[in-house]
Design a protein around this ligand. Structure first.
Ligand SMILES: NC(=O)c1ccc[n+]([C@@H]2O[C@H](COP(=O)([O-])OP(=O)(O)OC[C@H]3O[C@@H](n4cnc5c(N)ncnc54)[C@H](O)[C@@H]3O)[C@@H](O)[C@H]2O)c1
Length: 258
């Protein structure tokens, strides 16, 4: 698919694996120059090697902890010295923390907010920006710090869209549902299955199913989309909690569930 991103420079945070790696792969296939940033250096470098062999675009792996203002400044200095004008930014890096309200500890809270929310704010101001939220930011998800960080991202996205529009910068947010990536490796299987049960698709999503929406939003094909929130969740957030009612009625009347 041609999104018209050939030759463009795009930063993807959290690019070493999962959705960030899928986005990097789609962008390199588009001919873009990807700056893939992460803290998992071995995985990031291996991905860059694989994608550079595929082309036609390139991936340059850089170590970046998104919660560090200093490391963002180092990346900016590197890009300035290399003469690269940045055309897009995907704020994808994120961490889970599945502590509930009554068991929340302050260091855990601060880590999640620092990476998921502050880390996104620090990157803003570059180019077309896509923030990665979550259906946790659309609902009352039990993981309290994660949920608060993703709700915060919605406000940050809208305010940044407003602030940056005069500079020609669009800022949108994508809300993934349950996506099959390593972030779920240590999640309770009960949580995963019950999340999937809430989707209309009846399955987990794939990283590339989010990636194509993200890459579309980066491209000029999305030129009139700004401050928008797009769930990519197999319909999880669409029914507002009514799916169990529909399913129960279907079961009671022995119909096929919707
Ligand atoms: N997979 C899902 O079910 C799901 C659902 C909703 C939202 N999301 C969001 O999607 C985004 C991508 O997650 P994923 O599913 O690919 O998970 P993942 O764990 O596979 O990838 C997250 C990446 O972010 C990187 N990262 C973590 N902390 C970082 C830091 N301080 N600086 C730089 N990089 C850092 C990790 O090393 C990893 O490579 C996250 O923002 C996540 O919250 C995921």
């Amino acid at each position: 698919m041609d999104y018209g991103l050939g030759g463009r420079t795009v930063i993807v945070t959290g690019a070493a694996r999962g959705q960030g790696a899928a986005e990097a792969e789609i962008l390199v296939a588009e001919g873009a120059r990807v700056i893939g940033a992460d803290i998992l250096d071995d995985e990031g470098k291996a991905l860059a090697e694989r994608l550079n062999a595929l082309g036609p675009g390139t991936m340059d792996y850089r170590h970046l902890d998104v919660s560090s203002e200093e490391q963002w400044a180092d990346l900016a200095a590197h890009l300035t010295s290399s003469g690269a004008a940045v055309n897009g930014l995907v704020n994808n890096a994120g961490v889970p923390y599945r502590a509930r309200l009554l068991t929340m500890d302050l260091p855990g809270w601060e880590r999640v907010i620092g990476i998921n929310l502050t880390g996104t704010m620090l990157g803003d101001g570059t180019a077309a920006i896509v923030n990665i939220g979550s259906i946790a930011g659309l609902t009352a998800h039990f993981a309290i710090a994660y949920t608060a960080s993703k709700w915060g991202l919605r406000g940050l996205t809208r305010a940044a869209a407003l602030e940056l529009a005069p500079r020609g910068i669009r800022v949108n947010i994508v809300h993934p549902g349950p996506i099959d990536t390593p972030i779920l490796d240590d999640a309770d299987p009960v949580f995963i299955q019950s999340s999937v049960d809430q989707t209309l698709a009846g399955r987990m999503g794939r990283a590339d199913e989010v990636g194509h929406v993200v890459v579309f939003l980066l491209s000029d094909r999305a030129s009139y989309l700004n401050g928008a929130e797009i769930p990519v969740d197999g319909g999880h957030s669409s029914h507002g909690g009514t799916k169990p009612i529909s399913d129960a009625l279907a079961r009671a009347h022995q119909e096929r569930p919707a």
